[in-house]
Design a protein around this ligand. Structure first.
Ligand code: CMC
Length: 423
């Protein structure tokens, strides 16, 4: 059987054979054949917008791999910083490479004093930390003018390091401001996750000692969130990056895409939903309501995963470890009951709706003391590595500027009428 498809234009009787490569067919080959006929695909449901060597995802089988490594192995044995290196460089670092990488990231954790004083402190007292983060990341482009040199390898590398290193600092600063606490400077003697926890929670103690179980749990969550191929925010990164905007502006656009409840805001929605349900006894009624079309079961379903999200499995295990330190999140029992009922209900099974990464991550963050508003911020910190890996790959592929077509459904041409003559 030939690995190709044949299309016939019934208007002319002409046929063209197009090879299937890596599971796709090149639209450019079709469009030459069908000038002026566009492929209508809102939400890119059937469109591959790029070739990528970063993350492999098989939604049918529930498989996720970064650069070929199964997510389960990385979550168990690696660290977020090592995974960030892997995503960006293509291979795991040697011991020397990792030490140099760790050192560079650690030495770039500080933010310019004016980012904090003039910029972050200018926000309204009740500003949402994700809104602050999006704006602060965009503002960084005004501090690093060399960021425009996106084809200079040294400059590109420097911005990548700055962005990965400064995200936790900006994230914690946004939180501290939103609760009226003073800014905590990075402690460069700490690892990536522990330093973030120190910037979040330090009060008057000379040195903040994070519980190692919680630090490790956060690092695992960072690994699980580091990349997820062409999701909404990564697509935003690639689209904005394709105009050759600097990486801070592109990352701010990606973070803005992550802000929405259908993407990075879903774990916040899960906690709100569980709180609203309030007790195990109310779960059956809630499920009945969802089935009747009253809202969605938050943290369930995925555009790509049509079986259990592999990240959700790992997170469930991490949750057990965290709850041993923090005490069980009282919402856990409601979540478990919801999952049990949904997984045996024909409505959910026939639509292949399973728990996704957000179903349990919010419970962990809440047990660790993070306010709900910080949930998308916690997602943005590690996803920065994935965004940048895709941005770099897109530039190396000399990708064209993203510019889709539309199917025009507006009015026919008409003449302008002066305001006095309009009815
Ligand atoms: N609860 C109840 N019904 C659902 C749900 C849900 N969570 N998700 C999808 N459905 C139903 C939907 O009503 C539709 O039914 P029907 O065919 O009868 O109209 C069918 O399943 C297909 O839904 P869809 O909206 O066409 O699917 P999609 O691929 O466009 O949406 C999704 C994917 C993630 C936006 C959606 O499943 C959803 O809204 N889930 C809840 C929010 C959530 O948990 N988001 C986090 C996603 S994972 C994090 C990330 O990677 O960003």
């Amino acid at each position: 059987m030939a690995d190709s498809i044949t299309i016939t234009d019934n208007r002319t009787g002409e046929s063209v054979e197009i090879p299937i490569t890596n599971g796709g067919v090149a639209a450019a080959d079709w469009s030459k054949f069908l000038p002026g006929v566009w492929f209508y695909d809102p939400g890119f449901m059937s469109t591959a917008a790029c070739e990528s060597a970063i993350t492999y995802l098989d939604g049918e089988a529930g498989i996720l791999r970064y650069r070929g490594y199964p997510i389960e192995q990385l979550a168990e044995r690696s660290s977020y910083l090592e995974v960030a290196y892997l995503l960006l460089h293509g291979d795991l670092p040697t011991a020397d490479q990792f030490e140099a990488w760790r050192h560079e990231i650690t030495m770039h954790t500080f933010i310019h004093e004016n980012v904090r004083k003039r910029f972050l402190e200018g926000f309204h007292y009740d500003a949402h930390p994700m809104g602050m983060l999006v704006s602060a990341v965009a503002a960084l482009s005004t501090f690093y003018l060399d960021a425009k040199e996106i084809f200079d390898p040294a400059s590109r590398n420097k911005q990548i390091i700055r962005l990965i290193a400064k995200m936790p600092t900006l994230a914690a600063a946004a939180h501290r401001f939103s609760v009226g606490m003073p800014f905590v400077y990075p402690d460069n003697s700490l690892d990536f996750a522990s330093n973030f926890l120190s910037m979040m929670w330090k009060v008057a103690e000379p040195r903040f000692e994070a519980d190692p179980v919680l630090s490790r749990a956060l690092d695992v969550l960072f690994i699980l969130h580091a990349d997820h191929e062409q999701n909404c925010s990564t697509t935003a990164m690639r689209v904005v990056g394709s105009s050759h905007a600097d990486p801070y502006s592109a990352t701010a656009a990606a973070a803005a895409a992550l802000y929405g409840p259908r993407h990075g805001g879903a774990n916040e929605a899960v906690i709100k939903m569980l709180t609203e349900i309030g007790s195990i006894d109310n779960v059956p009624d809630f499920i009945a309501g969802v089935k009747a079309g009253n809202g969605r079961l938050q943290g369930f379903g995925h555009r790509v995963y049509k079986s259990y999200d592999p990240r959700a499995k790992i997170i469930k295990h991490t949750a057990d470890q965290v709850f041993e330190v923090t005490g069980k999140n009282p919402l856990l029992d409601i979540a478990l009951k919801l999952e049990e009922i949904a997984l045996s209900d024909e409505y959910f099974t026939s639509r292949r709706l399973y728990p996704n990464v957000d179903f349990y991550s919010g419970l962990i963050y809440q047990a660790m003391g993070f306010p709900l508003e910080m949930f998308p911020v916690l997602f943005a910190i590690p996803r920065t590595a994935g965004w940048l890996a895709h941005w770099q790959e897109m530039l190396d592929q000399d990708s064209k500027i993203a510019r889709p077509r539309q199917l025009y459904i507006g009015t026919e041409p008409r003449d302008y009428v002066g305001i006095d003559a309009r009815s």
